[in-house]
Design a protein. Structure first.
Length: 274
């Protein structure tokens, strides 16, 4: 082999070593780590709030479109301002149901404004700790503990009087007909009076200087009244000429001590005013 051939082979070997080095280094360059990409931001209004059962059980965070429960509570004035923090607390993140063991509904206002609107303003005692409304102030002025009138929560449809043994002497007594009584209600005031027979009738309005007959009421019977102009009522009761009938008259008064808003007829026909 001559010297020229040896030189050619030497140069070919040198080029092969250089090319092999380039091929080996290429993957190392292509595998250089990339900078970490920022994680996506957590959605504060996830779609689960608008799916059942959460749609009707969980209040959405403030700033989110209201779901069914949020709209319902807003309409009833049961949500305080602000409602629920935008960033859920650890307790709220425990089970998107939004209910921790032993806790009530989230964000409920214990003193909703419905207590200060008619007819509840003059019919329902506010929960303990809330500013007094009209009926609460009236009971306090009469020395009647509001807790004896109606339970603090939930609201009831009418005022429950104290037990008979906690009241004054009976107003009168009538003979019931098979446990039933007819009541002739006479409004002698110049204002409309709203009355209700608890458990038997919804609230009804009786015009001033008019009367109405309520028939076949099963004893015991509890009737509540309030003047729609906010005035005081003097209530009197007496047996009518017809057996099994009680006549209840509503008149105006300016004496708080004479103000009455409840008539209760016991199983034995005894009548109490409160």
């Amino acid at each position: 082999m001559n010297s020229q051939t040896r030189k050619i082979r030497k140069y070919l070997g040198l080029f092969g070593a250089i090319g092999g080095g380039l091929l080996i280094s290429t993957p190392a360059i292509s595998q250089t780590p990339r900078a970490p990409q920022p994680t996506s931001q957590v959605n504060p209004c996830p779609s689960i709030y608008y799916e059942e059962p959460h749609n009707n059980r969980v209040v959405v965070p403030q700033g989110c479109p209201p779901n069914a429960l949020t709209r319902k509570l807003e309409t009833q004035g049961l949500l305080p301002t602000p409602t629920v923090p935008t960033t859920p607390t650890p307790d709220q993140r425990l089970g998107v149901g939004g209910e921790a063991p032993g806790s009530g509904p989230l964000g409920l206002n214990p003193c909703p404004r419905i207590y200060y609107e008619e007819p509840f303003n003059t019919r329902n005692v506010v929960p303990q700790g809330c500013p007094p409304n009209a009926i609460t102030q009236q009971l306090q002025a009469q020395g009647i503990p509001p807790t004896q009138a109606v339970p603090a929560r939930p609201p009831v449809t009418g005022i429950q009087p104290p037990l008979p043994e906690q009241q004054q002497a009976p107003s009168t007594k009538i003979a019931l007909a098979n446990g039933r009584v007819n009541v002739r209600l006479v409004n002698e005031t110049g204002a409309n009076v709203t009355y209700e027979v608890i458990g038997d009738t919804p609230p009804r309005s009786l015009k001033g200087q008019s009367d109405e007959m309520l028939q076949g009421l099963s004893a015991p019977v509890t009737m509540t009244f309030f003047r729609e102009d906010g005035g005081l009522l003097q209530v009197t009761s007496q047996p009518a000429a017809e057996p099994g009938m009680l006549e209840v008259r509503l008149d105006e008064t300016t004496d708080v001590g004479q103000d009455k808003n409840t008539v209760r007829i016991q199983d034995d026909g005894t009548v109490f005013l409160n």
